[in-house]
Write a protein of this length. Structure first.
Length: 196
């Protein structure tokens, strides 16, 4: 004969007690909010950053890509190079580090500017490519901001922010006499530091 004991927790609460125990066991596995996490984007492309819930502070640094260097000159002209691409963090006020310009005609490429940051540094981003004689590429620009949660202009919690990382400019090719090509610029980057 099977005896059923009704004393103790399960006896008093029956099925309700069993459900409560199962819920309490499962609760730690439920993610109720996005966690605070650092991130570093260094490969050219676009990404989505998950803004954490109720962060204490969030610091974002955006570096535009460097411009390419010109190839060794002949007849007064550098072999063509290209500008670096822009990098960005699309916050309510977007942070943009513009790419450095490519070198041309013995002149170093102009550095990229930056906009949207609490700190904006022209030429503070990724390095331009090195050029022997015809000029190096310009450095990218750098934008940086630090927000506290809930402050004006701060990224909203539990949302996605688009991140773009620019590719470095291409260095100029070899000239007909076989001299070395100009170096390509460094790729941009976006780094995020989160404190909870």
């Amino acid at each position: 004969m099977i005896q059923v004991y009704k004393s103790g927790f399960l006896g008093r609460f029956g099925g309700v007690g069993i459900m409560a125990v199962l819920f309490l066991v499962a609760l730690p596995q439920i993610t109720l909010a996005w966690e605070c996490a650092n991130a570093s984007y260094t490969q050219p492309g676009t990404y989505k950053y998950a803004v954490p819930s109720h962060y204490k502070s969030l610091t974002v640094t955006v570096n535009g890509a460097g411009g390419g260097a010109a190839g060794i000159c002949y007849y007064g002209f550098g072999i063509g190079s290209t500008a670096g691409e822009n990098s960005s963090f699309n916050a309510p006020i977007p942070l943009v580090g513009y790419g450095g310009k490519g070198a041309v005609n013995y002149r170093r490429g102009a550095p990229g500017i930056a906009t949207g940051g609490q700190i904006n540094i022209t030429g503070g981003g990724a390095l331009g490519g090195y050029g022997r004689l015809c000029g190096s590429g310009g450095n990218g620009g750098q934008a940086q901001s630090t927000w506290t949660w809930g402050a004006s202009g701060a990224p909203a919690s539990d949302t996605y922010v688009e991140v773009a990382v620019g590719k470095g400019g291409i260095g100029g090719g070899r000239n007909p006499y076989g001299y070395h090509a100009g170096a390509s610029g460094a790729d941009g980057s976006v780094t995020i530091s989160c404190q909870s």
